[in-house]
Design a protein around this ligand. Structure first.
Ligand code: F0G
Length: 456
C-alpha cells in the first residue's frame, strides 16, 4: 500500500502564491511595528495565522451558492442548511449566526446570570471573554496530561472528570451549563475521547446541568476518536460525531472551521425551551431566524461543507498532513506540542530559544523571524498574549508557543515541505535572535495591535 499523503481533490482554481524578498519583508515588518497582525495577507507567502475562515471551498459549494434563494424570511437555503445540521447532530432547533462568537454572545447573554460559573476543558478566548462580559466565571478543567506539552497522550483535550464532579457539587445551583471544546484549541487542538465525553455527559445528567459542545472542530475530533480510541476504528466518523452530539444537549459552532466555509456559525439544541428567547435575541442583533446574519448563499455553502468535512478520505488527509509537519520537525529536533493536534502544530519557542527570557518574548521573536526570512505567518501564543496581568504587571505565560494553524484544503504537501525547511533554517539561526521589547500596547488584547522593537 502506498504511504504518501495525497490531497483527496483535484485543483480547479488557483491563486498565485504571494512572493516578497527578505528586504521587502524587513521593510514591511518595521512599518507594522513587528506585529504580524499588521501585515497585509498579500505580503505573506504561507499564512498560518489561523485555520478559521481560511478554507478553500469545493466546486460543489460554489455551485450550491449560485442556487441560493435570497429571501428575508423562509428561504429554501435555510431549510436545506437546517436539514443537514439536524441530520448530523440530531438537534432539532437550529439557529444560524454569522460566526462562533455571535453564537456565544447570544446564548450567554440570554442564559447566564452574573455570579454563575461555566466549566469547560478549556474555553477559547472569545468564549471566555463573552462569559466574563456577562459576569460569569469561565473555568478551565482540562486533564493534567493536557498541560504537559511534550507528553505523548492520545486525548489531551479530555476534561478532568473528578475535578468536574467536585466542581458541580461545590457550585450546585450556580452552573447554568457545562461546555466541552472539541477539539480543544487552547491546549493544542487536542481531542476529547468518547469515553471522556460519556463520563462528562453522565455527570451532567446526574447533576441536572445541560452539556453544550463547542463543536467547531467536531469532525477532526471524531476522526481522532476513530483512529486513536479502542473499539472505535470500525465506525464511521459520521457515526462517532453523532454519538458525540447525542451525549450533549446542544452545541455552539463556529462553522469557519469544520463547516468548511469562510463565514458562518450556529447554535443547535435538542430541547426547545430556550429557543423563543434566543430567536428574539437573534432578531435584535443578527437577523431573522432563517438567515441569522448570513446570506442564503452562505447557508448553502455551509450545508454542503458540513457533509464534505465528514468524508473520511478528507479527514485522513487533514490529520495526516498536520502530523507530517509535526513529525518532520521532531526528526529535525525542533520541539513541538505533542502529539500533533488536528488543526495546528505548536512550536515550543522556550525550548528553541532558551537564551531569550520571557520578558523579551521568545515566541514573538521566532514568529517575526519565520516571516522575515521565509514569508511564513504564524501566531504567538505566549507572554505577549497572556503575560500582562489585570493590574498591568508582567507574569510569564505557562508556555511560549508559536501556532502554525493550517487552513483547510489550501496548501499542498510540497508547500509543507518548503515550510518545514523554512522552520529548520529559522531554528538554526535561533542563537542570533535577541528577542523584542514592546514599544506601545493597548489596554486589552494587546497581541492584536501592540508595536515591538527587536532587541540587538
Ligand atoms: N471556539 C473555538 C474553540 C475557537 O477556536 C473559535 C475561534 C471560536 C470559538 C470563535 O469562533 O472566530 O467564528 O467567532 N477560533 C479562531 C482561531 C479565531 O484562530 O483559533 P469565531
Amino acid at each position: 500500500m502506498t504511504r504518501s499523503i495525497i490531497e483527496p481533490f483535484k485543483i480547479k482554481v488557483v491563486e498565485p502564491l504571494p512572493w516578497r524578498t527578505v528586504a521587502d519583508r524587513e521593510r514591511i515588518l518595521a512599518a507594522a511595528g513587528y506585529n504580524l497582525f499588521g501585515v497585509r495577507a498579500e505580503d505573506v507567502s504561507f499564512d498560518f495565522l489561523t485555520d478559521s475562515g481560511t478554507t478553500a471551498m469545493s466546486a460543489a459549494q460554489w455551485g450550491a451558492m449560485l442556487t441560493a434563494e435570497e429571501a428575508y424570511a423562509g428561504s429554501r437555503s435555510f431549510y436545506r442548511f437546517e436539514e443537514v445540521v439536524r441530520r448530523i447532530t440530531g438537534y432539532h432547533h437550529v439557529i444560524p449566526t454569522h460566526q462562533g462568537r455571535a453564537a456565544e454572545h447570544l446564548l450567554f447573554s440570554q442564559r447566564c446570570q452574573p455570579g454563575q460559573l461555566v466549566p469547560s476543558n478549556n474555553h477559547f478566548d472569545t468564549t471566555r471573554a463573552n462569559l466574563e462580559q456577562n459576569g460569569v466565571q469561565a473555568i478551565d478543567l482540562v486533564c493534567p496530561e493536557g498541560k504537559q506539552p511534550t507528553l505523548e497522550h492520545p486525548f489531551k483535550g479530555n476534561v478532568d472528570v473528578p475535578r468536574l464532579e467536585a466542581f458541580l457539587h461545590e457550585h450546585r445551583g450556580h452552573v447554568p451549563f457545562v461546555m466541552t471544546t472539541v477539539t480543544n484549541n487552547t491546549s493544542g487542538g487536542q481531542p476529547v475521547s468518547l469515553e471522556n465525553l460519556r463520563a462528562v455527559s453522565a455527570l451532567c445528567r446526574r447533576a441536572g446541568v445541560p452539556l453544550l459542545l463547542d463543536a467547531c472542530r467536531f469532525a477532526e475530533n471524531a476522526w481522532f476518536i476513530k483512529t486513536r480510541e479502542a473499539d472505535q476504528g470500525h465506525r464511521t466518523a459520521r457515526e462517532i460525531a453523532r454519538e458525540m452530539f447525542d451525549l450533549a444537549d446542544g452545541c455552539l459552532m463556529s462553522a469557519k472551521k469544520d463547516g468548511l466555509v469562510n463565514i458562518g456559525g450556529f447554535i443547535a439544541l435538542r430541547d426547545g425551551t430556550w429557543v423563543p428567547e434566543l430567536r428574539s435575541g437573534l432578531i435584535l442583533t443578527e437577523g431573522f431566524p432563517t438567515y441569522g446574519g448570513l446570506a442564503a448563499r452562505d447557508l448553502e455553502a455551509l450545508a454542503v461543507g458540513l457533509d464534505e468535512v465528514l468524508d473520511e478520505r478528507y479527514l485522513e488527509y487533514r490529520a495526516g498532513s498536520t502530523r507530517y509537519v509535526a513529525d518532520a520537525l521532531a526528526r529535525a529536533n525542533i520541539p513541538t506540542v505533542r502529539p500533533a493536534g488536528g488543526h495546528a502544530v505548536y512550536l515550543d519557542a522556550r525550548a528553541m530559544l532558551p537564551h531569550i527570557p520571557p520578558e523579551a518574548f521568545p515566541a514573538q521573536a521566532l514568529a517575526i523571524e519565520l516571516y522575515r526570512a521565509e514569508g511564513i505567518r504564524t501566531c504567538e501564543i505566549g507572554s505577549v498574549m497572556f503575560g500582562r496581568q489585570p493590574d498591568g504587571s508582567f507574569r510569564p505565560a505557562a508556555m511560549e508557543l508559536v501556532r502554525i494553524a493550517i487552513p483547510r484544503r489550501v496548501y499542498t504537501q510540497a508547500h509543507f515541505d518548503y515550510v518545514i525547511e523554512g522552520i529548520e533554517l529559522a531554528a538554526a539561526r535561533g542563537p542570533e535572535l535577541r528577542g523584542v521589547a514592546i514599544e506601545s500596547e493597548p489596554a486589552f488584547l494587546r497581541h492584536f495591535t501592540a508595536r515591538f522593537r527587536p532587541l540587538v
